[in-house]
Unconditional design. Structure first.
Length: 377
């Protein structure tokens, strides 16, 4: 009875500290990495009345799920490093081990929390985050249709308008400064290139069309014909004042099929040919890679928790800065492989899947080695 009580107290003591530090870390990371940028970009538009408070709050609500996929593992790793670093620095771990409690048994609450958090990340990855991304996409479609001015954000590549990529440096008195616009062909090549010193956006919501009035513009257009070598030629002209043809806002809802916006069940349905849409080779590769990425990402809490325990004990520091720096280095290395794998997601073969699973294999192997080495001390 006494042994069970002792272990129960230790479980609550260690598990409670790790859980509290994890929640605190996730909240801080979400605020610093996610909400900070949202408030920086969206708050001025909320004040100017370009974005309603309803859209603003909905955007925050939809952004949180797929930001948690990163912040939960990172927050858990930081918590493990901080808690075990403090326990080691205060010699509490030595006291517990002298009382007959093994290192493996001491870390059991961390393993349980890691499994629980990984299960939560898996649920977010395969179901919640794709639905949230779809909701954000639809929200931007609604905003662009009703008030496109809210979508036009300086210093960002704007792809909300089908067949157009827009970029501008600043907005002064409702006019877009240093505007660059690409008119894209359906096969993603550039048909027209426009650069204007100043542009004014006009929207006709009833006609579902929008116009771009240009000042001091340079326009390059790809000719329909080709030269003797079969190369398409370009025509160039400078225009002081001009109006670009209307952008059909009714096409905003005709979005491309994106793997990140489908749940796992929907991805498998497309891959198995259960939907009316026929996937090309690139799409099939992306869909398969997306499934691998989600499963790999879901194990992040278990992997990072396992490697965080020996690193925290070895560091023997109570300072928050040391734990945060360690977690930053480990998390960046871990996420780097998955991000690189995602860039090769359209490639056929095992490379994208190997890159996405590599951090788990490497860190789990290293974590088991370091943990066994620490437990034998």
């Amino acid at each position: 009875m006494g042994g069970r009580l002792k272990f129960g107290v230790l479980d609550r003591y260690i598990g409670g500290q790790v859980l509290f530090a994890t929640v605190f870390g996730v909240v801080v990371l979400c605020f610093v990495l996610v909400l900070g940028n949202i408030f920086k970009e969206m708050l001025p538009r909320l004040v100017d009345g370009q974005v309603s408070s309803e859209y603003f709050l909905r955007f925050i609500l939809y952004v949180m799920p797929f930001s948690l996929v990163f912040t939960i593992p990172w927050g858990f790793l930081t918590a493990v490093l901080l808690v075990f670093g403090r326990l080691s620095a205060d010699n509490e771990l030595v006291t517990m081990r002298m009382a007959g409690v093994s290192t493996t048994r001491l870390c059991m609450p961390v393993f349980v929390l890691g499994i629980a958090l990984s299960s939560m990340c898996w649920w977010i990855n395969v179901s919640v985050a794709p639905k949230a991304k779809t909701a954000i996409e639809q929200m931007f479609v609604d905003m662009a249709t009703n008030n496109a001015q809210a979508v036009l954000v300086p210093d960002q590549m704007i792809t909300a308008f089908p067949g157009n990529i827009i970029f501008f440096r600043d907005e002064v008195d409702g006019k877009l400064q240093d505007l660059t616009l690409f008119k894209m062909h359906k096969d993603r090549r550039v048909d027209n290139f426009v650069h204007a010193k100043e542009a004014e956006y006009e929207q006709d919501s009833e006609a579902m069309a929008s116009y771009m009035h240009l000042s001091d513009a340079y326009i390059a257009m790809r000719e329909k014909g080709s030269d003797s070598q079969g190369v398409r030629e370009w025509s160039h002209k400078w225009i002081r004042d001009s109006t670009l043809p209307a952008i059909d806002l009714s096409k905003l809802d005709n979005r491309r099929l994106k793997s990140g916006m489908q749940t796992n069940g929907e991805l498998r349905a497309y891959l198995n040919g259960e939907r009316d849409v026929e996937l090309n080779k690139e799409q099939r590769n992306k869909f398969r890679s997306e499934i691998s990425k989600r499963w790999s990402f879901s194990l992040a809490c278990i992997t990072l928790g396992l490697i965080g325990i020996p690193l925290g004990i070895t560091a023997q520091r109570r300072e928050t800065s040391i734990g945060f720096v360690l977690s930053l280095v480990v998390a960046c290395i871990y996420f780097f492989f998955i991000i690189i794998g995602d860039t090769f997601s359209s490639k056929s073969g095992p490379l994208p899947h190997i890159l996405m699973w590599m951090p788990n294999v490497l860190f789990l192997g290293l974590g088991v080695h370091l943990f066994r080495k620490t437990a034998k001390r």
